[in-house]
Structure formats: C-alpha cells, structure tokens
Design a binder for this molecule. Structure first.
Ligand code: DMJ
Length: 622
C-alpha cells in the first residue's frame, strides 16, 4: 500500500483533478470541524509541552554559572538578587586581589623556580585528570603500540658465526633452565649449592633474574621461556614490600627490564608494572636539592644514603643513571614528573664548579655540594657518563645539554685520567683529590664501547681520535683477560709496581660474570667489523664454559690467576641480562637491535629512540 493513501488531506493526483463543488454541505461542515479541532490542539501544545530548548541545552551544551546568571537577568524581580550581586562583586574583588598578590610573588621568584612551579602544576593537573577516568582501567593513557625494528634478528650468513651464536643461545638456556629449576622466584641462583640467592640490593622484591632476563629471552626467540617469565611477572611480581631497596639497582634492572620487555613484546603488563615501580621510586627525590637518596623504603617512602659514602653523599653513578628509564616512564605514563626529576639532577650539576672539569663521585643531597673529590669512570662514576651520551642519542639527538655535558666530561677524562703504560697500553686511571691511582676496574672497560658509540658525534673532528681511544681501551681490557690463568678478567688491574693490566691485590682478583669487556667487543665489532673482536668474544665464551659453567648454571670465580676455579656460587642476574646478550649480539647481524633505533640502558636493556617528530607515539620509531 502506497504511503500517500494513508495520510489525511494528502492531495493525490485524483483529488487534484476533482472539483471543489463535488463536496456536499455536510461534508464541508465535518471538514471544518476537524480542521478547527486540529488548530486548537496545536495551540494547546505550544503552552503545555515542556520547554524543548531547555532539554536540548542539557544534552548538547553545558550551562555555566555565567549562563545561569544571564538567564536570571539583572532585572530579575527576585527579592534576593540585590544581596547576591553584592556578594558576587565582593568575591570578584577578592579573587582579583588574590591574583595580584600571586603575580607579585611570582615576579619575585627566580626563573628556575617559576619554571619548576609551572611544571609541578602541570604534573598535578595531569595526575588529577588521570584519576578522573581519562585513562584506561590502569590509569595509563592509551598508547598505540608499534614494535620498533630489529627486535629479533635473522640467522647470520656465515656458518661459523651461526654456530657460535647458537652456542650462546644454548648457554642462555642452561643459565635460565638452572635458575628455573633451582631458584624460581628468587632474585638469583646459587649454581653450586643449587638454591636461591637473595641480594639485599632489591629489598624483598623478588625475581630479579626473571625481569633482567626477559628481553634476552625475547631477542633469542626463546618464546616459551619468555611466556613463563611473563606469567610470573603478571602473577607474582610484587612491589608492595616494606623493605629498603637500592634505587639505582632497582631502576636499571627492574624498571629497565620491564620497559624493554614492553617495547619488544607490546604486552601491557610490562608497561603497567614499570610505571607502578617508577612511582614507588619517586619519594627518593624528596631531598632539599632533588638529588635522590641511594636507598629507599618502598613502603614508608623514607630514603637515606649509604653510610660509607662520604658524609652521607649520593653517588654519581647512582643518581646519574636514572635518566633513560625515567624519560621513558614519562612517555608511557603521561606523567611528566619522572622527566622533571631527572632534568633537575642536571640542573644541580650544572650549577656546580667542577674540579678540572671532572665530576666527583660524591654529592651531598642536602647541601648540594660535592663530597670527597674522587673521580672514576669505573665503579661509582661509570654509567653517569654513559647516560649523558645515551640521553642525547635516545632523544633522537635533540638533547643538546646531554651531548655537551658528555663531550666536555670526556675531554676532562682524557686530559686528567687517560694514560698510556710504558708498554703502550691505554688505561683510564682513578683520581683522588688530584692524585692518580693507576688502576682500572673491570667496570671501567665499558668505556671502550661508550667512546666508540659517541665517536661519530664528537665535536671538532675528533671522530677518528675517539675511535682509536676506544680500540686501545678494548685492547687493554682484552690484555687484562689474556694475562690471567683462567682467561677471565680480574675485578681491577694495575699499572704500577712493574705490572701492566694485572691485579696485584687478592681482593681484586675475582670475576663475577661481568659484561663490560664483552660489551666493548660488541660495540667495536659493530663499528669496525674487525674480526678480532669476535675472536676475543669467542675466547671469553670458551673460558666461561671451561671455568664458570657448572651443572647448576654459571658461577663467578674468586681468583682468575688460580690454576683451577674456586666458585663464588652466584649466578648474577646481569649475566643473563648483559653478558649473554652482548655475546649473542656480537655474533648477530647488525640489524638485530640496530643502534639507530635502540639505545641500551646500563643493564643492556634496549630502549627505543624517541623520535622527535612522533611525540604522540612514544614507542614508534619509524
Ligand atoms: C651492571 O649491573 C650494570 O652494568 C651496572 O652499570 C654496573 N655493573 C653491573 C655489571 O657489572
């Protein structure tokens, strides 16, 4: 049935052609009656139906106080309106005066303080808006995940390299399986006594090896193991502990490990856990200068410094090794506070006079003054320099301040600490109040890789010079291994008393599965493709297999000059995070975790470069 036939008074072609005289009088009368009833109904509707404009304004427009006042109108006959107006005027006047006073206060503040206030206000607003459900169920902003390139790599072309890489994967499997079998959930494994080991660096946080190993498992494509580790993180990784932790260690291993696992896998649980832990570390910054405490009770938020550290000082390599992780935490959480905290550290450092351009290892967080004038590119100082360079690289080379601080510091190190032995070995000594101690730590050996990584951006045509320095440091560190019985490097070696690259003190002869020398081989291989770096790496693999591998995993040894190993019975979590990862990358193609897209934190956890033109997509690199 056509619709038109159902409607009254609808002209149809037939009706149009009909003559008006065809209506009879009674029909006309009835039509008039119906028409007038309809008109009456319309009028009634105008007066009695609710005001539709008001209904609409509730749905589509938000009425403000100003609008309400306007609607009420200044000529309202409301008896109380005169009183209301007076109160309103008084309030406006008060607000105005308050604003003037605040402006006056602000003008008296230093620009730095004003900027900090603005940043703090911004952080507060962000935090509040996070609480108002602007974010997902975990109070985190939505982020579209894009995996950066090179998360996994192709098999190497050359058969020998392929075989060697496979061997390193087998070593990882042995280390991981042993940990899983004997120490699952503990921080580390005791491979000889086959039980768990808990370091007090992590308080009662558990699972350091699991979190530290996540990204190594992923890049080696050990996905079954990665899934088991992920499951443990989801169900058992707990930061609600009433215990004191090392802010630095927890940051580089746990926050760093979780961030890398997130960027490699895209699993939200890692982002959530990283941000949760990062927030728990924030109270460490509650000091008069904002230089964080070394130790923090995660429950009470009370911090302190190591009692042995120069009159309660904070340590350069600790407070200076938060930058990369905290920048990523801000990107992933939408909370600028993390970034502000680490940028403030730089501000404090840049205000201080530096002896010979060097950064002393100790800084008092209360006074903002240096403690003892000890300088080291090894323990207590090392990763501070590394993070200056990597902050610049990770910022897509926009962090000019980090860049300048790095190259200036390196120049001061070259002038004051770098020396050549009688037989031509370049080393980096330690500096104590102006006097040199001719000792180089195993930890200092990372500097070969760092200098090579920064050589390309070196100012004043120094690229070649810095590459030579890096190669010389790699050679010295290789010598420190080659001159031992076990072919593994001592904790520290000396260039005095007639020795070169040899440990002379009993308490410096141990090897705890550290990565720094292999880390430098890996960087040198990538930049030069000189086969000697792979050969040196392979020598280390053989020594590890021969002297550190035991049935229950891998152990450190107490004396690298002894004829047979005396085990320390600890499989350090960094053995899985760093040593085995750098070895694997040394025998991988260059497009596996390529340097133009990834920057390694000091625990070898890869973090993507934050592209300057992709501000809204923190993990997108292309
Ligand atoms: C690691 O935890 C990190 O590399 C840190 O920066 C220094 N020491 C250990 C490994 O030796």
């Amino acid at each position: 049935m056509p619709v038109a036939t159902l409607l009254p008074f609808t002209a149809t072609p037939n009706r149009k052609s009909a003559s008006p005289t065809s209506f009879r009088l009674t029909e006309k009368f009835i039509l008039l009656l119906v028409f007038s009833a309809f008109i009456t109904l319309c009028f009634g509707a105008i007066f009695f139906l609710p005001d539709s404009s008001k209904l609409l304004s509730g749905v589509f427009f938000h009425s403000s106080a100003v609008e309400t006042n306007t609607h009420t109108g200044p000529d309202s006959s409301d008896a109380g309106s005169a009183g209301n107006d007076d109160r309103l005027l008084a309030k406006i006047k008060k607000d105005h005066e308050k604003a003037l006073l605040e402006a006056k206060d602000t003008l008296q503040k230093l620009p730095d303080v004003i900027q900090n206030d603005i940043l703090a206000d911004k952080a507060k607003v962000t935090k509040e808006s996070m609480g108002k459900g602007g974010k997902d169920g975990n109070n985190l902003p939505f982020i579209e995940y894009h995996r950066p390139p090179g998360a996994t790599g192709l098999e190497p072309q050359d058969p020998e390299t392929r075989e060697r890489r496979a061997k390193i994967k087998e070593m990882m499997k042995h280390a991981w399986d042993s940990y899983k079998r004997y120490a699952w959930g503990s921080n580390e494994l005791r491979p000889v006594s086959k039980q768990g080991h808990s370091s007090n660096l992590f308080g009662s946080i558990k699972g350091a090896t699991i979190v530290d190993a996540l990204d190594t498992l992923y890049i080696m494509e050990m996905f079954e193991e990665f899934d088991a580790a992920t499951d443990w993180v989801e169900k058992s990784l707990d930061f609600n502990v009433n215990a004191e932790v090392s802010v630095f260690e927890v940051n580089i291993r746990f926050v760093g490990g979780l961030l890398s696992a997130y960027y490699l896998s895209g699993k939200e649980v890692f982002r959530r856990k990283a941000v949760e832990l990062g927030e728990k570390l924030l109270p460490a910054f509650k000091t008069p200068t904002g230089i964080p405490w070394a130790l923090l009770n995660l429950k009470s938020g009370i911090g302190r410094n190591w009692p042995w550290a120069s009159g309660g000082s904070s340590i350069l390599a600790e407070y200076g090794t938060l930058h990369l992780e905290f920048m990523h935490l801000s990107r992933l959480s939408g909370n600028p506070e993390f970034a502000q905290k680490v940028m403030n550290i730089r501000k404090v450092l840049n205000r201080l006079e530096k002896p010979q351009g060097l950064y002393p290892n100790y800084l008092n967080p209360n006074s903002g003054q240096w403690g003892q004038h000890h300088v080291s590119v090894g323990g207590l100082g090392d990763s501070f320099y590394e993070y200056l360079l990597k902050a610049w690289l990770m910022s897509d080379k926009t962090d000019e301040e980090g860049k300048k601080m790095y190259y200036d510091a390196l120049q001061a190190i070259e002038t004051n600490l770098m020396r050549k032995s009688t037989n031509g070995l370049t080393y980096i000594a330690e500096w104590k109040g102006g006097l040199l101690e001719h000792k180089m730590g195993h930890l200092t050996c990372f500097a070969g890789g760092m200098i090579a990584l920064g050589a390309d951006g070196a100012p004043g045509d120094k690229t070649g010079h810095q590459m030579e320095q890096a190669a010389e440091i790699a050679r010295t560190c290789h010598e420190s291994y080659a001159r031992t019985t076990l072919k593994l490097g001592p904790e520290a070696f000396r260039f005095d008393g007639g020795v070169e690259a040899i440990a002379t003190r009993q308490n410096e002869k141990y090897f705890i599965l550290r990565p720094e020398v292999i880390e430098t081989y890996m960087y040198m291989w990538r930049f030069t493709h000189d086969p000697k770096y792979r050969e040196w790496g392979w020598e280390a693999v053989q020594a590890l297999e021969q002297h550190c591998r035991v049935e229950g995993g891998y152990s450190g040894v107490r004396d690298v000059y002894a004829s047979s190993p005396n085990y320390d019975d600890v499989q350090q979590s960094f053995y899985l995070a760093e040593t085995l990862k750098y070895l694997y990358l040394l025998f991988s193609e260059d497009d596996h975790l390529p340097f133009e897209h990834w920057v390694f934190n000091t625990e070898a956890h890869p973090l993507p470069v934050i592209r300057k033109d992709k501000t809204d997509r923190p993990n997108e690199v292309e």
